[in-house]
Design a protein around this ligand. Sequence first.
Ligand code: SF4
Length: 280
Amino acid sequence: VDFKSDKQPTWCPGCGDFGTMNGMMKALAETGNSPDDTFVVAGIGCSGKIGTYMHSYALHGVHGRALPVGIGVKMANPELEVMVAGGDGDGYSIGAGHFVHAVRRNVDMTYVVMDNRIYGLTKGQASPTSREDFETSTSPDGTNMPPVNPLALAFASGATFIAQSFSSDSKRHAEIVRKAVEHDGFGYVNVYSPCVTFNDVDTYDYFRDALVDLKEEDYDPTSREEAKEVILSGDKEYQGVIYQNEDSVPFEQQEGIDEPMNTVPDGAPDGATDLVREFY
Ligand code: SF4
């Protein structure tokens, strides 16, 4: 199955987003999906262009708002495989509120964040995951703030699946995204996806040296204690499925949520349900 569109990416040569996208396409194909049943939603930023480069239904949304749109798509048509893509600025700054609530809602979809620890499209400003001492055009003496730990944010918000991968480790990255797609609920993957143009600190070489792979035979992602230790360790870059709640029940399959959300509650004025259905 070919998820690649005929559009030529305008990402800088060597950008980590190429590897991130390739792994997403591979994961979708391996899980038996086709472009006909797949909907990709993206926000704004270099990552936001992905819907154009993938052959599927797609929507290029507004900055930080891709997740609520993706949730809406899934609730309106639960048959679709919904994948939301974004960047660290998009997802952990303006979109941080949506991230927290998407995690706790646990709709059955996948969220892939291309984390390059810098704003790329707007030419190199500090992002929420930039290091404290990273000198950029907006932080000439460093940010003087600790970076956001998005895995901790997800864990504290009740995430049922948290993973991290490296765009350059193509086989492992695709395998990790595949597990997120297969997860029953909100599958969240933070991907180290280097920006070769504006980030000379978090480079391919840095991640290759720093990466610690949580191999399945040595690590139990169902253990909250182990996950907490990894997420809060602070001094290592981990790759693998970090946490998975195997008892996860997606929001839309929970008791009492047996209708698509494009309905109105009992007691609403006559005709309102039809109106809402028509609207959607
Ligand atoms: Fe990739 Fe950075 Fe270029 Fe954007 S600016 S396409 S993130 S290398």
